[in-house]
Each structure stands twice: as C-alpha cells, then as structure tokens.
Write a protein that binds this ligand. Structure first.
Ligand code: TXA
Ligand code: MG
Length: 332
C-alpha cells in the first residue's frame, strides 16, 4: 500500500507536537514518537503499559541517519546494514551521547532499524529525524500486523494510525547486537542466523556469557487464552478428547487434518514459513476471540526457516509464572 501525502503530513505534524503515531512496517505495526522528545517517548510507555526499563528501537531512514544515533559503527554493523537495510533487521550498537536514557532503558547501547515499508519510509523521509517505536500492542500482547489490530490494542491512546495494509513479514525484526567486537543474535526474525553469519562470520548466542535478568524470561507475544504446542499425534488425541467432552477449543493446524466438531474452532495455516509467519498473529487474534478454553497449536519444523516462528510460539505458550525457552529478548 502506497503512502497518502496528506496523511504523512498530518503524521509528521503530530510527531513534531510530541504525539504518538502508529505506522506500518514490513514486520509489524510500530507505535512511533519523536525519539529526541522525552515527553513523547514517555507517552509510548504509558500507551503500552510497558515497564520503563525496556528499551525502544529507533527507526531511521538508512545507514547515514544511523550514524547520528550510534557512537561508532563497527565494520560488522556497516556490512549488515548495507546488506539488509532497509529491511527486517535491527542492529544494537554503542549509543551516541545524546540518545535519551528512556529510549535505551538506561543502557549504553541503542537499537536501530531502517524499515522497508513504503509508508514507514515516506514517514521517516518527511519527518527527517529518528522515530522511536516498539510494536503497537499493549505490553506482553500479540504484535499488530493490520491497522485494525492497532485500533483494537490501543484505541484512542494513539493520535493517528497510518494504514499500510497487512504486514508482509508478520513477525518482529531479527535483532543483532554488534558490541565489544562480537555479533550476537538477540531475537530471531526473517533475516536468519545463517544470513547474518554469511555476512559477518560467527554469530554468538546471548546466553553464552550474559547473565539474564529474570524479567526478560517471561511470557510474551501471547494471546489471552492459554496456548499449548503439540505434535500432530498429540494434537489429534487432544482434539478428539475435547470434542468428545464438548470442551470448546481453538486449533491452529499446519498439516494435520482435524475432525469436524461444534466445539472445535480450527484454522489451517500454510505449510511454508513465509506465508505461515505472515498469517500467524492475525490467526492468533482470531482464535483468541473465540471464547475457547485453550488454543492448541500444531508444532512447527525445527529447521532454521521456522526459527522465528518457533520462538514466538514458545513465548506465546509460556504463562507469566514460567520461564520462556531460550533467547533473552522479552517481547514487548
Ligand atoms: O520489527 C520490529 O522490530 C518492530 C517494528 C515496529 O520495528 N518493533 C519491535 O519493537 O518489535 P519492540 O519494542 O516491541 O521490541 C524491540 C525489542 C525489545 O525486546 C527490546 O528489549 C529490544 O528490542 N531492545 C531495544 N533496544 C535494545 C538494546 N539497546 N539492547 C538490547 N535489546 C534492545
Ligand atoms: Mg513488541
């Protein structure tokens, strides 16, 4: 979907006035504010109900603009940006001095991304500064992949929602830290670990030496209905048992064929990671609204092409009292 110049102008005026504007990116919708305005940035945290310690991604138009936000640009970061920007890759770099502590969560690093969506690019070009933006959902909930989902999440907490259609990737960006001479994968996404490694060589895991703060391990990217991941055999058995008991459940299937039953709402996603990822969050929203006791999800393959999907499903299946499996990035 192409940008409407009048809407972009309106969005830029709101950003200059310190207001929040939601905008489409190719990954998910972002909740944007002027990254240099502390009052505007504070509004993001209030609108999301997000703890202040969680840093934000600053969206920029490209590598030249990124230099304004980073104290230095390691060669690895420069090569990654040249290869994958604009696109679904966020780089965590040493922060420039002027970057607000509220944007970095008080850390010495800043996360930067140049998005590819034409509406995001038009907005960044017209605004001419960095736009701080987390995903445009309430804290801990599923990221929005359609303008209507932003409305559902945030309502009048946001001054304007720019509609850019359905997000093409549908999952949050890959996050890679280029700090202290190491390249570390913090969150899997559409740019895979091996694509990163092809450009910069070995990629570390965050848990190799970084102790994790307990708050980073909790459930996120989650629907409100309890969610479980099952392999096809267990899924068939659970669905049959629920149908027999008349228990209302919702099922997200991939290959499995399920029995027709009044109490079972099911939806099949494509057995291909790109198309699956694009449809996942909207499908979870749909199943979450069904008034089911549980959402059962058919497990996805273990290969790299499915890594980001497997990561988000594992987090969606984790309740707040448990630990998430792997990764250190909290969904926000
Ligand atoms: O695809 C995306 O990345 C979307 C679109 C809108 O760009 N944004 C997004 O933002 O997912 P958010 O805030 O929901 O998730 C960003 C993650 C958070 O988990 C945050 O902790 C992490 O990035 N992050 C931000 N700055 C960081 C930093 N300096 N060091 C480590 N992690 C950081
Ligand atoms: Mg988020």
């Amino acid at each position: 979907m192409q940008p409407d110049p009048a809407r972009i102008e309106q969005a830029v005026a709101l950003l200059h006035a310190g207001q929040l504007v939601a905008f489409p990116t190719e990954t998910v919708y972002g909740l944007g504010a002027d990254a240099a305005n502390p009052v505007a940035v504070a509004r993001i945290f209030a609108a999301k109900g997000r703890p202040a310690s969680h840093p934000l991604i600053v969206h920029v138009s490209g590598l030249a603009a990124a230099r304004d936000w980073a104290a230095s640009l390691p060669a690895s970061a420069q090569r990654l940006a040249e290869t994958f920007w604009p696109g679904p890759l966020t780089l965590v770099l040493p922060k420039a001095r002027h970057v607000l502590a509220s944007v970095t969560g008080g850390q010495e690093s800043v996360a930067l991304r140049a998005p590819a969506h034409p509406v995001a690019r038009a907005l960044l070009a017209a605004f001419g500064h960095g736009i701080a933006a987390p995903s445009a959902n309430r804290y801990g909930h599923i990221s929005p992949t359609r303008a209507a989902d932003v409305q559902e999440e945030l309502g009048d907490r946001v001054a304007l929602v720019l509609d850019g259609g359905d997000c093409e990737v549908g999952l949050e960006s890959t996050i890679v830290a280029c700090l202290d001479g190491r390249v570390t994968l913090l969150r899997p996404g559409a740019v895979s670990r091996s694509q990163v490694a092809d450009v910069v060589g070995p990629v570390s895991d965050p848990d190799a030496d970084a102790p994790r703060a307990p708050g980073r391990l909790r459930s996120h990217y989650a629907p409100r209905t309890p969610l479980a991941i099952l392999d096809p055999t267990d899924l068939q058995r659970e669905v049959a048992a629920a149908a027999a008991a008349g228990e209302r459940i919702a099922v997200l299937a991939r290959g499995a064929t399920l029995p027709a039953s009044e109490s079972v709402l099911w939806r099949r996603l494509p057995d291909e990671p790109g198309a699956y990822g694009r449809a996942l969050y909207a499908s979870l929203r749909l199943l979450d609204r069904a008034g089911a006791l549980r959402i059962l999800v058919e497990a996805v393959p273990g290969d790299e092409a499915w890594a980001a999907i497997a990561d988000r499903l594992a987090r969606a299946a984790t309740r707040d009292s448990e630990s998430a499996a792997g990764g250190v990035i909290d969904a926000t």
